[in-house]
Each structure stands twice: as structure tokens, then as C-alpha cells.
Write a new protein. Sequence first.
Length: 387
Amino acid sequence: MIYMDHSATSPVDIEVFNAMKPYFVESYGNASTLYSLGREARRAMESSREKVASIIGANTDEIIFTSGGTESDNIAIKGTAYRFKRRGNHIITSNIEHPAVDETCKYLEKNGFEVTYLPVEKDGIVNSSDLEDAITDKTILITVMHANNEIGTIQPISEIGEIARENKIYFHADAVQSVGKIPVNVEELNVDMLSLSAHKLYGPKGVGALYIKKGVRVEPIIHGGGHEKGIRPGTENVAGIVGLGKACEISENNLEEEAQYLTSMRDELIKRVLSEIDESYLNGHPTKRLPNNINFRFTGIEGESLVLHLDSKNIASSTGSACSSKKLEASHVLMALGLKEVQAHGSLRLTLGKENKVEDIDYVIESIKNAVDTLRKMSPLWCQAKV
């Protein structure tokens, strides 16, 4: 299998797996207990907290462990909304957010909050002037993702953060796709909160973290014991947290080298597909994108059929977000770029990882060319376009 769907999930690094194993069967204590097994688990947790803090340039006491990016987004958005609802009820986000942000904002709209969904340019980037125009005296939160999960576009988060601070508005960024792929520093990005997830950077599923800047207060959205400063109660997933910490450590140590490797393969794939396949197009910004992300569209075919054809050739790919893969409607991200529905349905996302090999590129490109050719011969849309 040539796996090219790393934005959906990544394989667990063997070093991460080995680091986790003892905390399933040997050091299995509850980190909240006082005896030695519990203290050992607590030490492992705090060591991991340091590693997570390090990869984003935060302090250890600013890291809250969660079950993943979706929970981190929910805590940041709902927690801020509920805490400051007496001050204001207005939230600003973009119209290309991950469902974890988009659906949370829609939920809050049903519960007395107003949400502005900022448009993006045709390359998927938020215009800062649109953001400034959207701010009112009731705005309490801005939440914009650092890098898009479908098209890989990197947003001007630092600039957005400056605008938020000038207006004394809390700012949250979903950085699930960017942490471990490009440099992420919470101080340089001017964020108050930032979400990340282990399974996007070769860690285990079911664990993530939320950075909350010192002095920022959010309301808990679940209640129980006093774990994680009371912000995220529940017995800690020690093995998962150890895996997250190890994954962050490995990613931080190899960030620059891996980014260069992936960018080289990404650019080769983009150049050759666009030059060798008629009416193929790149979605998203040509350069301001994640080093591993490629999102094509092909006139006259459906992306789902293309994914299945590639799967028959042992190539794993997708049409967009894994969280939306069972929905039949066109990608809201691609529609937000101004594409027509028929164009958005013809998308293919390839997201590369460190185990992908340069020598696989020829096979992948030939497989895409053959699949597109086969599907177009059967496509009434393509035939009509060529009459």
C-alpha cells in the first residue's frame, strides 16, 4: 500500500509505539493516585507535557490534555463563549473550517450566539480587512484554522492574532494539521488558544492537547474531578499522552528535514500531474500550503470514483476531509473557493508522509493518469464538454 492520506491519520511511529507499551501493562497506575504506580504515571504525563509545550513554544502549565482535536476545539470555542456570554455573543470564524469548529459554531448559533463566517479568496486565504470589518463591540472570540485539512492553505495567523489583540478579543487556532509539519510558535502566532492532535503526527488516535495562554480563562464543558486544572476532567489517558509527547519530540527534532523532503515530492507531483493531464487544476494556494498537501481537481470525473480506482492500485487517497467522507454533498471548502458543485466533486487529495518514497511517484502519477483516462471515457460530463 502506498499511503497518501496522512491528513486523515498517520501510522504510529515505532518509537512512539514502544514508548507507550509500558503504560498499558507495567506502569498502568492512575496518575491521580499517591502510591508509586500513580506517581510514575504522573511523571510520565508531566514529561510529555514538556514535550508538547516545546513543539509549540509554550509553557508546560499552558498545556491541557484532551481526547483529540475535536474536543480541544470544543473546549476552546464553547468554553470561551460560555464564560464571556454576558460581555458579548459574537464569534468570528472562516467558511472553510474543519467540522469540529464549523459544527460547534452552528451549535452556538442555536443557543443565542451570533457567528460571522468570513469568506476566503479563491486560493483559500482569509482577507484581514474582512476580519476587521466583521468585528463588533459584541465580539468575544475569533477562531481560524492555521492550515486547512483539505487544501493545505496556511492562513496569516500572526496577522489575525494582532488584530484580535488590538481589539481585546480572544483568538483560537485549530493547528491540528500544522503542528509537526511546519514551525508553530504560539507567541509568534499571537494566539490565546491552539488545538493539536497526536494521530496527525505519527502518534496514537484518541489523544490531543489544547494550549491555553496563561491568564486566559475558559468555562469547562464537561464536569467531574479536578483533572487538567478542572478544564478537562476525567482519568488521564497516560499511554496516549506518552505517545503524544514522544510524537511531538520526534517531529520537533526532524521538522526541517522532513518538510524539505515532503515539499520536494509534493512539488514534483503537482508539476507533473498539471503538465501531463489535460484540464487538471490545483486547489488552494500554490506555495502557501502545507509541505505534504496536494489537492487536485479534474474536469469530467467524480473524486470518489478516482479514489476507488487508485485504491485498486494499492494507493490510499481521499477527496477531502475524512470527517466528511461519507457525506454526498460537495466539499464546503472547495465551494468556498468559488468552484461550481460539479468541479468540487472532481477533487483528489494526496497528503504525503515520511514513509512515502521518491521512487513511488512515477507509479502514483501513472495510476492517476490511467484512472482519469478510464473515468473520462465513461463520463457523460466529459463527453459533453468535448462535443
